[in-house]
Design a protein around this ligand. Structure first.
Ligand code: COA
Length: 154
């Protein structure tokens, strides 16, 4: 019961806003976060210049949302078009805000925003096998496993 009320109160305080240049530094810090880099595809730190190019491209050509808990920026969700109507999702929350149920609420709200621009989008999530919290998360919010990717270095 307490968990239900906690989630209800928190969910009201979670806001999803289209990102702007004002979010550039926040998103760079998120990409460069040591804990997040350990579990994600991006292992190297990104430079200010590299990030600026990537982030402005994201704002121009794709969909980018900054997630707020009250007035605090806590995470970021992006949808990058890979083919017409198909988007690769990338999302991350500051580690201290992970595991509190913010992700599912934020994603639902981001989908509401995305649907206004892309009514029939298909969203694909690529997750490392070692990233169990993310796998749990995507299954919990309704994604279905589709295919495996196998790699070899020769
Ligand atoms: C994956 C992620 C987006 C999920 O968002 P979230 O707000 O943490 O979502 P939830 O609170 O619903 O947590 C999802 C599950 O992962 C678990 N989890 C989340 N963070 C965890 C952590 N640091 N350690 C252990 N488990 C964790 C939760 O316990 C939960 O499992 P449950 O449903 O059985 O309780 C978020 O944890 C995150 O930013 N992870 C790092 C970036 C990443 O992996 N992105 C996905 C790749 S695109």
């Amino acid at each position: 019961m307490a968990k239900y009320f906690f989630k209800k109160i928190v969910s009201k305080k979670i806001f999803v806003k289209s990102s702007s240049l004002a979010d550039e530094t926040f998103v760079r810090d998120l990409r460069n976060n040591k804990k997040l880099r350990k579990i994600n595809f991006l292992k190297k730190k990104v430079s200010e210049k590299e990030h600026h190019g990537w982030f402005t491209g994201l704002l121009e050509k794709n969909y980018s949302y900054t997630i707020f808990l009250g007035g605090t920026k806590v995470g970021h969700i992006r949808f990058e078009r890979t083919k017409p109507g198909i988007f690769l999702i990338g999302l991350a929350f500051l580690p201290k805000y992970s595991g509190q149920g913010i992700g599912p609420v934020a994603l639902k709200k981001a989908f509401v925003e995305l649907r206004k621009k892309e009514p029939c989008a298909e969203i694909i999530a690529e997750v490392r096998i070692s990233n169990l919290p993310a796998q749990k998360f995507f299954l919990k919010v309704g994604f279905k496993p589709d295919y495996f990717v196998y790699k070899i270095k020769i």
